[in-house]
Write a protein that binds this ligand. Structure first.
Ligand code: PLP
Length: 416
């Protein structure tokens, strides 16, 4: 049965209308319609985002927080308005808790430098999981190396699920922080973050959630999650690159020293000393990515206009359909079969290297990701150097799955 034939099972969702909002789909790749299945690496932008950035650049640009002139005030209002939009999106209590960063990576580095390092000493521990992206490993390794702390890594099972009991057993009086993905980028596993936060908080341990792969598939409510820090990137939720967000609990952010110094993060400076700015600007040294923040707010607005729950349901339908279709292909093994997954499908095919697969699919206009997905410890766990990964966004539909399956058949012909 083709994916299109399975359409009867799909919920009503106007993917054609959604797709029409994304001008990238007007182009062809290698003479074929674009089948974009790499949204987990970076999602495409709708016209609304492109227009918001264009409007800012054309009509509003000036530096923020500095000028008394009209443009600066309008740019400041737009930038701070974007912060308020993000606050509502995450359901944070205050805009003081919303810090603009370059992305998830910088958000995690901010916490590693300004929160963890001053608190860590020899014998202290940070608990991670085996599912982390390198962005949620390396900053902690650097902090540990500088302070004498150590990392403890909670294991996963063959399905790619966290072994929760073993995770809990790692929480001890030495644990200073738990830092974990909300959703694994390599496998799609949705981690049991509510249980993780509850277990850590029961021992007084703060929790950072890496939400880079969770937010695109339905948003996040930081108050409901109860986490202390939450990080995500604009470009994975249909916004621009170079902009992201760190949510931090206000009480913790207040205690933290700034991690970068410069303009905008100060109230007054003399050679005798500096008084730092209030939250959130204390953590935003220098001229920020103003157009990026505005584009991010437009992306959130766009996602909200479709409805995060509808997007999630549509993507889950695509994931189920694609998983069923791919499993019928000879030699294909799905890597990551957790009970709860976001719309990420990692796989290998016997006898075909993932990079070769990626190249053949590209000739067919099908863009997938191949490699270690910046999650080498996950690949090691499965004894693999690389997988092929198809990931779905709000603009994908069942035709994309049919094209993926047809391209995989082609790869079989070439290598068969
Ligand atoms: N964390 C996860 C789970 C990711 O998937 C990614 C990017 O793929 C990152 C962190 C890093 O995001 P960025 O490169 O936008 O900082």
């Amino acid at each position: 049965m083709t994916a299109t034939a399975l359409a009867g099972r799909a919920r009503r969702y106007d993917s054609a209308r959604v797709r029409a909002d994304f001008p990238i789909f007007e182009r062809q790749v290698n003479g074929r319609p674009l089948t974009y299945l790499d949204s987990a690496a970076s999602a495409q932008r709708p016209r609304a985002v492109i227009a918001a950035v264009d409007h800012y650049e054309t009509h509003l640009h000036a530096n923020v927080h500095r000028g008394v002139h009209a443009l600066s005030q309008e740019a400041t209002a737009a930038y701070e308005g974007a912060r308020e939009r993000v606050r509502r999106f995450l359901n944070a209590r205050s805009t003081k808790e919303i810090i603009f960063t370059r992305g998830t990576t910088e958000a995690i580095n901010l916490v590693a430098n300004a929160f963890a390092r001053p608190r860590l000493g020899s014998g202290d521990e940070i608990v991670l999981t085996r599912l982390e992206h390198h962005a949620n490993i390396v900053p902690w390794q650097m902090a540990a190396a500088a302070t004498g702390a150590t990392l403890r890594v909670a294991p996963i099972d063959e399905r790619g699920e966290l072994r929760f009991d073993e995770f809990s057993a790692l929480l001890t009086p030495r644990t200073r922080l738990v830092a974990t993905a909300h959703v694994s980028n390599a496998l799609g596993t949705v981690l049991p973050v509510a249980r993780i936060v509850a277990a850590a908080h029961a021992r007084g341990i703060p929790v950072l959630l890496d939400g880079a792969q969770a937010v695109p598939h339905g948003g996040a409510d930081v108050q409901a999650l109860g986490c202390d820090f939450y990080a995500f990137s604009g470009h994975k939720i249909y916004g621009p690159t170079g902009i992201g967000v760190l949510y931090g609990r206000e009480a913790l952010l207040r205690e933290m020293p700034p991690w970068q110094g410069g303009g905008d993060m100060i109230l007054s400076v003399s050679f005798e000393g500096t008084t730092y700015n209030d939250l959130p600007w204390k953590f935003e040294a220098g001229t920020p990515n103003i157009s990026g923040a505005i584009g991010l707010a437009a992306a959130i607005e766009y996602l909200d206009s479709i409805g995060p729950a509808a997007v999630r349901a549509h993507e889950q339908q695509l994931l189920a359909t694609a998983t069923a279709a791919l499993q019928q292909l000879p030699g294909l093994r799905v890597i990551g079969t957790a009970a709860e997954k976001a719309a990420v499908l990692s796989f290998t095919i016997d006898g075909i290297h993932p990079h070769d697969l990626g190249t053949i699919l590209d000739h067919e206009g099908v863009a997938i990701r191949t490699g270690h997905h910046c999650a080498m410890p996950v690949m090691d766990f499965f004894g693999l150097a690389a997988t092929a990964r198809a990931s779905f966004g709000c603009y994908n539909d069942l035709t994309d799955i049919d094209r993926l399956v047809a391209a995989l058949h082609k790869a079989h012909e070439v290598f068969g």
